[in-house]
Design a binder for this molecule. Structure first.
Ligand SMILES: Nc1nc2c(ncn2[C@@H]2O[C@H](COP(=O)(O)OP(=O)(O)O)[C@@H](O)[C@H]2O)c(=O)[nH]1
Ligand SMILES: [Mg+2]
Length: 210
């Protein structure tokens, strides 16, 4: 299996810096410190996103061009939210940048919502989910830090979160840092979703033509 090709093409700190779209976009969201940069690096098999043990470091939206060998897309890395030590101003700035991005008619395919497997969805995850649902934005839930839960307890915890209700295009994936097998499964899942969405877009376009 050859690795996906990827390159960072834009870092935006303000609305004005958000680039014109180049491709369909897959947007990665999650709380600060959830393991988003780690996951992006594992997925792309290169150290492209900065990993930090100090939460709340990344304040920019990063745009990466990705080619899977079969499809091309833009991976959009949204800054993490919900780091309590930062104040209300920071929170407002965060929402403003995110709203500017989502409201600017981007070709967004779907959102990948990362959640720490130890905690499941927390209050600010639910707040974001509600907002994305209002926009009818399809989501894939991916759990991070699965390795922090002992193997014997994983299934029970997973079922507990599912019973509580989680909207996700595919059953949520559990990932643990750089685990190859899990990353492979996630890459295949993403490729399948891209293909399904392309089929739906084609059907919608045909319908409009009639
Ligand atoms: N045990 C474990 N630690 C992780 C995992 N993913 C990330 N981390 C650690 O969590 C911290 C935050 O990771 P980072 O990727 O920078 O999170 P981000 O703020 O969401 O981008 C770092 O110390 C990582 O090494 C994981 O799957 N398992
Ligand atoms: Mg990060």
């Amino acid at each position: 299996m050859t690795a996906w090709r990827s390159e960072l093409y834009c870092t935006a700190f303000t609305k004005d810096q958000i680039p014109a779209p180049q491709n369909n976009e897959i947007v990665f969201v999650g709380r600060s410190n959830v393991g988003k940069s780690t996951l992006i690096n594992s997925l792309l098999e290169r150290k492209i996103a900065k990993v930090s043990s100090k939460p709340g470091k990344t304040r920019s939206i990063n745009f990466y061009n990705v080619s899977t060998g079969e499809d091309d897309f833009t991976l959009v890395d949204i800054p993490g939210y919900g780091y309590a030590a930062r104040g209300l101003d920071e929170r407002r700035t965060w929402w403003r940048l995110i709203e500017d991005y989502f409201n600017s008619e981007r070709p967004i395919s779907f959102v990948i919502h990362l959640m720490d497997f130890r905690h499941g969805p927390l209050a600010n995850d639910n707040e974001l989910t509600g907002w994305l649902n209002e926009m009818d934005m399809p989501r894939l839930v991916v759990f991070t830090k699965g390795d922090k839960i002992s193997p014997g307890k994983r299934k029970g915890l997973y079922q507990q979160y599912m019973r509580a209700g989680l909207d996700s295009i595919l059953p949520p994936f559990i990932t643990s840092g750089t685990n190859d097998k899990e990353m492979h499964a996630l890459r295949e899942g993403i490729k399948n979703i891209i293909k399904e969405i392309a089929k739906m877009d084609l059907a919608a376009a045909k319908k409009q033509k009639k």
